[in-house]
Design a binder for this molecule. Sequence first.
Ligand code: TXA
Ligand code: MG
Length: 323
Amino acid sequence: MIAAAVRRLLAGDVVGFPTETVYGLAADAGNAAAVARIFALKGRPPDHPLIVHIADPSGLARWAVHVPPAAVHLAAAFWPGPLTLILPRAPSVLDAVTGGQNTVGLRCPSHPLALRLLQSCTEAGIFGLAAPSANRFGHVSPTSAAHVQAEFGAALLVLDGGPTTVGIESTIVDLSGESPRLLRSGMLDEAQLVAVLGQPLMRAQTGAPRVSGSLAAHYAPATPLELVAAPELASRILQSQRAGLRVALLVRQPLSTMPTENVWIFNMPQDAAGYAQQLYGRIREADALALDAILVEALPTDLGWAGLRDRLQRAACGAGRRS
Ligand code: TXA
Ligand code: MG
């Protein structure tokens, strides 16, 4: 399968592949026509940059014009893993990859199949795979090969690496400015990032359009999704039942009196890592039921849930794409 994927990539085609976070839609980052295919397939606006996936940290110097010590330290601590670094781009990096910006996003994923694919690509002369999440623009990211196939059809070659273990997209740290900035939270422990950096992480300016995942309405299912504080769940459900509406309910703690009529209950793990692993799959399942709403029990406010709170808030902003 890997050999077939490399052949397609060499031919300028795109392939789906697993990472530990979500599945990606990959093309040779050095081939402009191949990269253009990703944008066409996804329906993604051309100014939204792609992450370049590399086999190991030695690839940093090929894609970045300057590799600051902070990048070396973060890569040593967290790669392979769910961390993307934004660095000043090397002059040779295609505009199609960077969205015309003077920076490039780089990541070494830890999924064994991704690493084998990247290694085989390197041997074949492909030194990086440009890959966004393998979903159509604005959709929920795929966490299984079947999700990718559902987004793009059977003609796309997808390497099946099973369900992803992290479950939400990588943490993105921008090291191209004066101080490190967190552009997207993920499941990496922020305290650990700060410990390695030896300085605090600035926050992304709101409204900056550089990270497509930072658009308010992103990661949205077609069904309207609503976050509901635990104490209000029971009355919110009663209200929808009275209105004759059918809802999905994602809860971490079973309600004392569990409603059943017109309610599809999804029991979610209590811990953040387990929750992240399941979230996108459960949202897809709930969405496929074509109900009136997906109600999600609001998440804890601890740091470890930050990435998940971010994704669910954006999914809720989507307010449903079904029309
Ligand atoms: O976990 C992940 O990061 C997954 C897997 C496949 O690696 N990829 C992923 O890609 O989530 P995508 O394209 O769906 O989201 C990557 C985000 C985008 O929002 C993009 O705008 C941002 O990274 N990005 C990429 N290059 C950038 C750059 N040079 N400056 C700022 N943001 C950048
Ligand atoms: Mg995405």
